[in-house]
Design a protein around this ligand. Structure first.
Ligand code: PRP
Ligand code: MN
Ligand code: MG
Length: 182
C-alpha cells in the first residue's frame, strides 16, 4: 500500500522512544512545578503533538495557551523573520512559563519569544523542546529540557512539517531525497 511512510528514508526517533521521553519529561515538570500554577505555551503548529503528549504526563495544575509563530514559510531554511500569526489569550505578567517546542534549530523563534515574554514581565521562563539541532544554531538560546538531539538534517514528523505535510507521523524521520524540492 502507498502511504506517507513510503516517503520516509529513515526513522531517527521512533514512536516508542518519543512516548517514553514524554513520560520522563512530564514527571520532571511535575517535580519542578509542584505547588505552582504554570502557564504552558505551545508554539503552533509544530509543538501540537508534543504539547499534548508531555502535558498528559504531568500531575500538577497548569494552564495551557498557544502562540502561532512562523519563520519558515514552508521551506527548509529559516527566513530569519519571525511573524506572530496568533498571540496568547493569557496575560504572562508574573506567571511561570513553560514554552513547549518541537525543535530548536537556528533558535530565532525562541529567542524572539523569550524576549517578548521577558518584556511582558513573566516571573520565570523554561523551555522544553522535543528536539535540539545544535548545528543549526545562530541565536544564543538553550532549552532547559531536551528530548533528543538531532543531526543537521531536515527532519519531519510528530509535528514537524515539510511544506505543511508529515506533521501527522507518529515518529521523527528524514524524507527520501527526491521528495525535497520536488
Ligand atoms: C519550526 C519549528 C520551530 C522553529 C524552529 O516552526 O516548529 O517552531 O521552526 O526553528 P528555529 O529555531 O530556526 O527558529 P515553523 O516556523 O516552521 O512553523 P510551524 O511550527 O507551524 O511549522
Ligand atoms: Mn514551529
Ligand atoms: Mg514549519
Amino acid at each position: 500500500q502507498e502511504t506517507i511512510h513510503n516517503e520516509i528514508e529513515k526513522i531517527l526517533v521512533s514512536e516508542e522512544e518519543i512516548q517514553k521521553k514524554c513520560k520522563e519529561l512530564g514527571a520532571i515538570l511535575t517535580e519542578e512545578y509542584e505547588g505552582k500554577f504554570p502557564l504552558a505555551i505551545g508554539v503552533l503548529k509544530g509543538a501540537l503533538p508534543f504539547m499534548s503528549d508531555i502535558l498528559r504526563h504531568t500531575e500538577i495544575h497548569l494552564e495551557m495557551d498557544f502562540m502561532d509563530v512562523s519563520s519558515y514559510d514552508g521551506g527548509t531554511s529559516s527566513t530569519g523573520e519571525v511573524k506572530i500569526l496568533k498571540d496568547l489569550n493569557t496575560k504572562v505578567e508574573g506567571r511561570d512559563l513553560i514554552i513547549v517546542e518541537d525543535i530548536i534549530d537556528s533558535g530565532l523563534t525562541l529567542n524572539y519569544l523569550v524576549d517578548l515574554f521577558k518584556y511582558r514581565k513573566a516571573n520565570s521562563i523554561k523551555i522544553v523542546t522535543l528536539l535540539d539541532k545544535p548545528a543549526g544554531r545562530t541565536a544564543d538560546i538553550k532549552a532547559d529540557l531536551i528530548g533528543f538531539e538531532v543531526p543537521d538534517e531536515f527532519v519531519v514528523g510528530y509535528g514537524l512539517d515539510y511544506a505543511e505535510k508529515y506533521r501527522n507521523l507518529s515518529y521523527i524521520g528524514v524524507l527520501k531525497p527526491e521528495i525535497y524540492g520536488g
